[in-house]
Design a protein around this ligand. Structure first.
Ligand SMILES: [Zn+2]
Ligand SMILES: [Zn+2]
Length: 144
């Protein structure tokens, strides 16, 4: 958290309470959050929605947060932290998102492929898996 505040200051942006809160909320959340969910978690007095949006894009440009498009309808944000690597599963039916820490995440073959095809040096990745969550699967089964 301290380093996030330093990053703000170093880049000439004051580390406001709102920014600190957003960083804390993102760091504590195991799943990416929508701007609305982030705002709901900020204690009162809440900043207005446009301030939250502005701060999120600032954090993305400073490399403190990542934006992920998990669902057609919403863009979500997560803290960009070293050493914390998660993959996500997204339910196509209800839109719920869960995350898990992969035990083994070896994508070297795909990365080699990308380098070979595009000459692009992969340093990181973000993986989402889509399907049906246990709840939705259960309902489906119950109906049959
Ligand atoms: Zn579901
Ligand atoms: Zn991975």
């Amino acid at each position: 958290m301290k380093s996030a505040i330093e990053t703000f200051r170093n880049m000439g942006h004051p580390a406001t309470r709102g920014r600190g809160e957003i960083m804390r909320i993102l760091a504590e959340s195991p799943i990416p959050l929508s701007p609305r969910e982030i705002r709901e978690r900020i204690p009162d007095p809440k900043p207005d929605a446009s301030t939250v949006y502005r701060n999120l894009s600032l954090m993305v440009s400073l490399g403190l947060a990542r934006s992920v498009a998990l669902h057609e309808r919403s863009r979500r944000y997560e803290a960009a932290m070293d050493g914390l690597h998660r993959h996500r599963v997204v339910c196509r039916r209800c839109g719920s998102i869960e995350s898990f820490q992969p035990k083994n995440c070896d994508l070297s073959r795909i990365e080699k492929d990308i380098r070979g095809t595009l000459g692009f040096d992969v340093t990181d990745h973000s993986l989402e898996f889509f399907g049906a969550c246990a709840d939705c699967e259960g309902k489906q089964r119950g109906r049959r």
